[in-house]
Design a protein around this ligand. Structure first.
Ligand code: FPP
Length: 264
């Protein structure tokens, strides 16, 4: 569909893009990519076909985020609970991840994108880990978009690992319990040195956070869309960003836009 603005025809996508305020883009966007299975089911295709089409959405959203100058993009690709899926689906997801990383390394390098995995390495096949480490090492110096892919990830496990590490440091006398604060904990998470997500997007209409970045999303704005992940492309991403730009973020305080003396 096209729109006519000032007598000039432009696409919906271009129209949405023009509404975006480049000065008010989120620094960190996190996405729960959901609905691949339903996308495939609607078309009477195997679930794997949905994941494959979902990988195309990943390519598009990474490209769009980099082009917009967003600094951090974190995608939930495989949770520690996903091992419970049928073996054939787990295998297909791992193959897709490896294929994506292998195919995209050159593009990531060319576009100054830094790649990092968030998650536990234990449990991942050595070939998957090698591919991940190779991509991490070869993009380490890049200064543009930081692309984090959560693989074998659980928010609770991440916090648990951080607690264990802090307890060890206290037991060994390297840290005082009284010195543990938000910053000390945040520095033990996979996301250390990254700002918390400003915007958390979830596709396919489910109203859950599903054990994703539990510590980090404390003040994230949540955007849920009915679109299934394989249908979530540039225009849908712009819509999410526009919704975010309309939010009034208060971080537990009061709105800077409101009169602080007005009755509430
Ligand atoms: C949820 O859909 C999606 C996943 C469990 C995996 C996400 C994986 C991809 C998008 C493909 C590969 C990833 C990368 C980074 C290249 P679902 O299967 O739970 O869908 P359903 O709820 O409709 O069954």
């Amino acid at each position: 569909m096209a729109m006519r603005i000032f007598n000039k025809s432009i696409s919906d996508e271009e129209y949405l893009y023009q509404q975006l305020d480049p000065a008010k883009l989120p620094t960190h966007v996190a996405i729960i990519m959901d609905g691949n299975g339903r996308w495939a089911g609607k078309r009477k295709l195997p679930r794997v076909a949905g994941h494959r089409e979902g990988a195309e959405s990943v390519r598009t959203i990474v490209e769009t985020a980099a082009r917009l100058g967003i600094q951090h993009l974190t995608l939930f690709a495989f949770s520690t609970e996903n091992w419970k899926r049928p073996k054939i689906e787990v295998r297909a997801l791992m193959d897709l991840l490896m294929e994506f990383i292998r195919q995209e390394i050159a593009t990531l390098k060319k576009n100054n994108i830094r790649f990092q995995m968030l998650g536990r390495s234990e449990g991942l096949h050595i070939s998957v880990l090698e591919q991940i480490r190779k991509a991490e090492l070869s993009t380490f110096q890049n200064t543009g978009l930081q692309l984090n892919i959560a693989i074998n990830y659980s928010g609770r496990a991440e916090i648990l690992d951080a607690c264990r590490e802090l307890a060890r440091e206290v037991a060994e006398g390297r840290l005082q319990a009284a010195d543990i604060n938000d910053e000390v904990i945040a520095n033990k998470l996979y996301t250390r040195a990254m700002p918390d997500p400003d915007l958390l997007i979830r596709t396919s209409g489910e109203m859950r956070v599903s054990n994703f970045l539990l510590w980090q999303i404390a003040y994230a704005e949540i955007y849920v869309t009915e679109k299934l992940w394989p249908d979530f492309r540039t225009a849908e991403f712009y819509q999410a960003l526009l919704a975010y730009q309309k939010r009034d973020r208060r971080f537990g305080g009061i709105s800077l836009l409101q009169d602080a003396t007005a009755p509430r």
